[in-house]
Design a protein. Structure first.
Length: 271
């Protein structure tokens, strides 16, 4: 079999989490990423029968039964992934209606998948219903989005409109806007369920005073979603205390809708 470390999905995962750390989004062991893999991809590199460990997931997800995921590990530092991917990453297969995760590869030091695994899997279920092409869920702690949750109303419409007004590209990149959760205890099924509910209508879900969840068809799209929202939040944090003399108007955003063939979330723009 081929060396799994040469697999395109592995190379891109390593590049992405390294870039996330370089952006300052994933301090220490903060943040986590999961990528759903097609079985045909995995079979080129690994024997699916070689189960190293079976780990209870603590949730049920029948629609993910038999699905493979490349995931970051609990307590792992993103800065170390490029040097020891076999320790910091793992490939698991969900079985027993999602109640068990079979470790096929990785976590060589005896580690396990991220503590946010339930939130990731529940988000995968929600996004697959909205978009069957979804493959990635990404969680990180971008500083400006985090700061924005301290000083901006958490109303989803107003939060979204502020981000749209900061950069011309924002409404084009995430026309469905962003959803927002109040502070909740992380690593629980409760926050996983709340995030999954929000994922039904948007690919970006802000965790107040914590970070953001993003979802997409691949790592590039998901990284780009978060990157764009974070740039908008950075601009907002630089100007929030100043009188705003200019802005991107709703009329101008309607022009962007027509130019790029997108549709803003219903009710978020004035006619």
């Amino acid at each position: 079999m081929k060396d799994v470390l040469t697999a395109p999905f592995m190379v891109e995962m390593i590049r992405t989490v390294t870039n996330m750390y370089a952006h300052g989004w994933d301090e220490r062991n903060g943040g986590n990423v999961s990528v759903m893999l097609d079985e045909s991809q995995v079979r080129e590199y690994l024997d699916g029968a070689g189960v190293k460990l079976k780990i209870p997931t603590g949730f049920t997800a029948p629609s993910l039964d038999g699905k493979y995921f490349l995931v970051t590990g609990t307590g792992k530092y993103f800065k170390n992934v490029q040097y020891a991917p076999e320790v910091n990453l793992g490939i698991v297969r969900l079985t027993a209606y999602g109640e068990l995760a079979e470790l096929i590869w990785g976590f060589e030091d005896g580690g396990s998948f991220t503590s946010e695994f339930p939130a990731h899997m529940m988000s995968h279920v929600a996004r697959l219903k909205a978009d069957p092409q979804n493959r990635v869920v990404m969680h990180c702690h971008p500083a400006n989005l985090l700061a924005m949750t301290y000083v901006h109303p958490l109303d989803e419409r107003e939060f979204t409109r502020t981000l749209w007004q900061m950069c011309t590209e924002c409404i084009v990149v995430f026309p469905e806007g962003v959803n927002v959760l109040p502070w909740m205890l992380c690593g629980t099924n409760e926050i996983g369920e709340a995030t999954a509910e929000k994922m039904q209508t948007a690919r970006l879900v802000v965790w107040s005073q914590h970070g953001i969840y993003g979802a997409g068809k691949d790592l590039d799209e998901t990284f780009g979603l978060i990157e764009t929202a974070e740039k908008a939040a950075e601009i907002y944090m630089k100007i929030a205390h100043l009188p705003r003399l200019n802005t991107i108007t709703d009329e101008q955003m309607h022009l962007l809708e027509k130019r790029f063939g997108i549709k803003a979330r219903e009710g978020y723009l004035e006619d």
